[in-house]
Design a protein around this ligand. Sequence first.
Ligand SMILES: C[S@@+](CC[C@H](N)C(=O)[O-])C[C@H]1O[C@@H](n2cnc3c(N)ncnc32)[C@H](O)[C@@H]1O
Length: 281
Amino acid sequence: MHTHSTENDRIQAAYKSASNVYHKTPGGDFQRSSVRHLLVDLDPVPNPGDAVLDLGCGTGIGIFMLLELYPQVGKIVGLDLSPQMLEKARAESAQLDHPITWLEGDGHKLPLEDNSFNLIISHNAFHWMTDRAKVLQELNRVLVPGGRIALLFEGAGARENQMSVRRRVLSKYGLTPPIGYGTAHAHDSEVAWNTVSAVENLVEEAGFQIIDVWARQSYQYIPPELIVTMFRSTNAYWSSGLSQEQTESIMDEIKNEIYTQATERGFREIMYPINVIAVKP
Ligand SMILES: C[S@@+](CC[C@H](N)C(=O)[O-])C[C@H]1O[C@@H](n2cnc3c(N)ncnc32)[C@H](O)[C@@H]1O
């Protein structure tokens, strides 16, 4: 198990490079529709002036969707580990009237006061975090009683098609297959923390009452170049000790497999988002 800081260094390295492509891809449209799905049916809807935190806000798509759906909300904080992702978010929010604080920080140790938010959203970020019980405790701490979390993250088996290509190629070279993109990521975990029932336990143990949990497996056709770019951005997980040349040649092999399997529609991938809405009593 890596320490948080090592893991955070790798995540920062991954998103430093991912920030350049994150928004421009068809994957971005998929992200927008899934974040909409998470937020659109919030019941009750946020009250005027409610304070909202987006944990792992990245380039800000969750916050921008939230403002489209619920422009009445008050203070908004977008928190992320990656300064480059935040930079993109900051640039995009410059045209908005609503003030948003973009804050660099770690979900394991929120630089935020107790009882200071009514709603916390987190879209596709929770599965990156190593100590999820700790993160949930932090979310509980900064919420007011009656405040809610709305989380969406990858369930066990998500993205298995691309992960199995990477696992197969890397193990040919005796390299330890990375655990997904991060140590804590959904894939390859010895014991899946991210099944619906395990997640329900985790959330309840952190002191929340669950309002709703839903998960649905589907398929998405992803442009192969996007998968290769994302793999490339996470090389830090497996390439230490290899020369640049060796790393490139292994990447080429992964790339070839991804392109070989892709059809005109793209590379067929398994999507399995788990959505959780819960309240702090
Ligand atoms: C897949 S992106 C999702 C970004 C955004 N929420 C979206 O839906 O587009 C995951 C984000 O989680 C952030 N992240 C990972 N671990 C984190 C941590 N411990 N604390 C805060 N942010 C973290 C990454 O920097 C990255 O921007």
